[in-house]
Design a protein around this ligand. Sequence first.
Ligand code: FAD
Length: 336
Amino acid sequence: MSDIPKHDVIMVGAGPAALSAAIYTTREDIDTLLFERGVIGGLAAVTDKIDNYPGFPDGVEGLKLADDLRKQAERFGAVIELGEVTKITDEGEYKRLETTSGDMLARAVLIATGSDYKKLGIPGEQEYYARGVHYCATCDGAFYRDKHLVVVGGGNSAVQEAMFLTRFTSHIDLLVRSTIKASDVLQKDLAKFVDDGKITVHLGTTTDEILGEEVDGINRVTKVVGTKDGVKTDFPTDGVFVFVGLKPNNEVVKGSGIELDEIGFIKTDGHLHTNMKGVFAAGDIRSGATMQIATAAGEGATAALLIREYLEGHLVTPAASEMADVASAEAGKAQY
Ligand SMILES: Cc1cc2nc3c(=O)[nH]c(=O)nc-3n(C[C@H](O)[C@H](O)[C@H](O)COP(=O)(O)OP(=O)(O)OC[C@H]3O[C@@H](n4cnc5c(N)ncnc54)[C@H](O)[C@@H]3O)c2cc1C
């Protein structure tokens, strides 16, 4: 074990949650290594424009925010390695991480691997990703004021998000592969939007293709092709929002004994601590997370402060719910 590289903290992922956490840990001289298998900055880096991250009155380009978060973490000494963590094993004081750069040991681990929106896997979806094809209504809905949209899906989130999008849009075509699976309450709410002519529901309709053309020099989405009972229909639109579920990036914990909820997100206690001592989770991968950059950054900062408590031997585990209040109060002390 002696020749295996050892770190105080290894963070899995380098999205907003982990980068924010790394700003806090490294600023306190806690030796921190991050592993990123994709793009530094995570989903934020591949988001065209972010309008709801506090502190940017005119919005900020996702890539710029991601780059600034990276620079800020690196300024205090965070090291980011491009590669994947494939397994975490509890070896007592140290956790062993199998990575594409070999095995590593860490006294504490932060899992901040995020999630991916499930894709339809149809032609045009990748081509127009973030340029007419979206997976987050809170994030991108406001770009479609008085426009026409297609929403795909029939579960709770599709119905909820379609109703939310009516704040901006002139009309929505909701394409549902089979029947609406949303809760009764949501279905009743949806009926009001249908009666008002704001949403038209197309049951039994598969979404086959997303097409676009050049408008004012920009290649934009112009229509979606759907099929019902073997008959193809064109749905003219300015954009498409897809809500067919979320896929947590949880491969790294499979077989580790770290507990997941029924959908596959990592369960934590009030200290963001998983059931494996010394392993924490923050951001989109955490069960109950609100899936926003601001909240991922907040959870990352909180996790970092709690990891510091853990490394100093002050964090009581497993956490009783009342201890969460104590830890939060501790975490809030003198962090300027
Ligand atoms: C199209 C789109 C637009 C969005 N727009 C907004 C918006 O406007 N405002 C907003 O607040 N939110 C927005 N969101 C949501 C926001 O991007 C996420 O909530 C946020 O990025 C979550 O941060 P995170 O650090 O938890 O996870 P992520 O950003 O997902 O980062 C996790 C990182 O971990 C890496 N990773 C995963 N597994 C491993 C592994 N085993 N080893 C190494 N690395 C690994 C991934 O490659 C990824 O880079 C948007 C999301 C999408 C998809």
